[in-house]
Design a protein around this ligand. Structure first.
Ligand code: ADP
Ligand code: MG
Length: 375
C-alpha cells in the first residue's frame, strides 16, 4: 500500500524566493487509557471542524487550529490521516529543498511518541517517522529510476536531558566517539551540533535499524542515569540531498546541482509542570535544569508572538537553552514548521489540556520563512 502520494519528480529548477508562513498547528486527542476508563473519567474535550472546545458547564472554551484529530474513538484521527495531512507535504517539501520541522508537544502520556514513532506491531500503528522514511525511499527509487537524479539520505539522532546534548549514534560503528556534544552557530550554516554523527543510509532498512539502535541507547541512558525518558527531548533529523544527474565515476569531482533539506522530527519532554507521578524527592534530584529547555521554549514563543504583533525587533533569547538554540531556524528562520499538540480527553487532565491548547494557540501566530536550499 502506498501511504505517501507522489511528490513531484520535476527537474531541479530555479530557487523560489522564501515566503513568510505561519507555523501550522495540529491538535490530537488520544483515546481514554485504562486508568481513565477504570475511574470512569468524563470526556471534557470536543472537536468540530477546526475547533476544539474544552467543555465546562459555566464557561466552555473554544480554540481553533489548522488541523484537529479526534483519535478518542477508534477509527478516527488515524495515523494514516495525520501522515496524509502533515507528513506527506513535509516529505515533498524536503525533497524540493525546504527544511521542515515537526514537533510534538503535550503532557506525558498524551500521545507524542505514538504520533511521532507509533505503537504496537501493526503497520497502521506506524507514526509519522516510519511512514516518512517509507515514503522517502519510495521517492528515492522513483527519482533515480525515472529522472536520473540521486537522493542521498543521512540521519542523526540526539537527546537533550538536563541541558546536555547526547548523540544517540555516537557509539554506532565506532568505539571512541564522544557522546556529549556542544551546539555552535556559524554565519552561513546556522546552528549545528559539533561532531554529531550523520549516518548515511542507502535503504529504508538502514534507517530503521539505526533508529532502533538510537531508541535503545536512549532507554539504556535513561536507565543508567535513573532518569525518566519523558523528561528528555529527542531530535531525529533526516538530511536529504537531491542531486541532478548520475553520480560521477572514479575520482571526478562531484559538481552536480543539488537541493538540500533537513527534516527535524522532535519528541519533546512532557509539558506538565510537576508530574503527578513524580515524588518531591525525584523532582529535587533532577533539579530545575531539566525543563529549562521547555520553559525557555515558552519564553521564546511568547517573545516571537509579541514581535509579530508589534512588528518591533526583539532578539529572542534562543541561546538560553539547548532546545531553543537547536530550534532557532525551526521557530524563526528557514523552515516550514508544524506543531502537533497532543492532549488527553479526560476531565482528570483538564488543566494540562487547557495549558497545552493555550500554548498551541500562541504558536499559530509565529511566522517562519523557508527558502529553497540550492547548491
Ligand atoms: P507521550 O509520548 O506523550 O508520553 P505516548 O505516545 O507514549 O505518550 O502515549 C501513551 C500511551 O497511549 C501509549 O500506550 C500509546 O500507545 C497510547 N496512545 C497515545 N495516543 C494514542 C492514539 N492516538 N491511539 C491509540 N493509542 C494511543
Ligand atoms: Mg513519549
Amino acid at each position: 500500500r502506498r501511504w505517501w502520494g507522489s511528490p513531484s519528480a520535476k527537474r531541479i529548477s530555479a530557487g523560489m524566493p522564501g515566503t513568510e508562513e505561519s507555523i501550522k498547528v495540529a491538535v490530537r486527542a488520544r483515546p481514554l487509557n485504562q486508568r481513565e476508563k477504570k475511574l470512569e473519567c468524563d470526556i471534557c474535550v470536543s472537536m468540530s471542524g477546526k475547533t476544539v472546545t474544552m467543555l465546562s458547564e459555566r464557561n466552555p472554551k473554544h480554540f481553533t487550529y489548522d488541523y484537529t484529530y479526534w483519535s478518542v474513538q477508534s477509527g478516527e484521527g488515524s495515523q494514516t490521516e495525520i501522515f496524509e495531512d502533515i507528513g506527506n507535504s513535509m516529505l515533498s517539501n524536503a525533497i524540493d529543498g525546504f527544511n521542515c520541522t515537526l514537533f510534538a508537544y503535550g503532557q506525558t502520556g498524551s500521545g507524542k511518541s505514538y504520533t511521532m514513532m507509533g505503537g504496537g506491531q501493526e503497520e497502521e500503528d506506524g507514526g509519522v517517522i516510519p511512514r516518512m522514511i517509507d515514503g522517502l525511499f519510495a521517492e528515492k527509487e522513483r527519482l533515480e529510476k525515472e529522472s536520473s537524479q540521486e537522493l542521498q539520505v543521512r540521519i542523526s539522532y540526539l537527546e537533550i536531558y538536563k541541558e546536555q546534548v547526547t548523540d544517540l549514534f555516537a557509539a554506532l560503528n565506532s568505539r571512541n566517539s564522544k557522546a556529549v556534544c556542544i551546539c555552535k552557530e556559524h554565519p552561513n550554516v546556522g546552528v549545528y551540533v559539533k561532531g554529531l554523527k550523520l549516518m548515511p543510509c542507502e535503504t529504508q532498512q538502514d534507517v530503521m535499524s539505526n533508529l532502533e539502535y538510537g531508541l535503545k541507547m536512549r532507554t539504556i541512558a535513561a536507565t543508567n542515569m535513573n532518569q525518566n525518558s519523558s523528561r528528555s527531548h529527542a531530535v531525529f533529523t533526516i538530511v536529504v540531498n537531491r542531486l541532478e544527474g548520475e553520480r560521477p565515476t572514479g575520482k571526478k569531482k562531484d559538481e552536480r546541482k543539488s537541493l538540500n533539506a533537513k527534516i527535524n522530527l522532535i519528541d519533546l519532554a512532557g509539558s506538565e509542570r510537576t508530574s503527578k507521578a513524580q515524588t518531591e524527592h525525584e523532582r529535587l534530584k533532577e533539579g530545575c535544569a531539566i525543563n529549562q529547555s521547555l520553559s525557555q521554549l515558552g519564553l521564546v514563543i511568547k517573545m516571537l508572538t509579541e514581535q509579530s504583533k508589534d512588528g518591533g525587533l526583539k532578539a529572542p533569547m534562543f541561546r538560553a537553552s539547548k532546545l531553543t538554540f537547536l530550534l532557532k531556524d525551526s521557530l524563526a528562520g528557514n523552515s516550514k514548521t508544524c506543531m502537533m499538540a497532543t492532549i488527553s480527553p479526560a476531565s482528570d487532565n483538564y488543566d494540562e489540556s487547557i495549558s497545552t491548547l493555550r500554548f498551541a494557540s500562541s504558536v499559530k501566530s509565529i511566522k517562519t520563512v523557508a527558502v529553497q536550499n540550492k547548491n
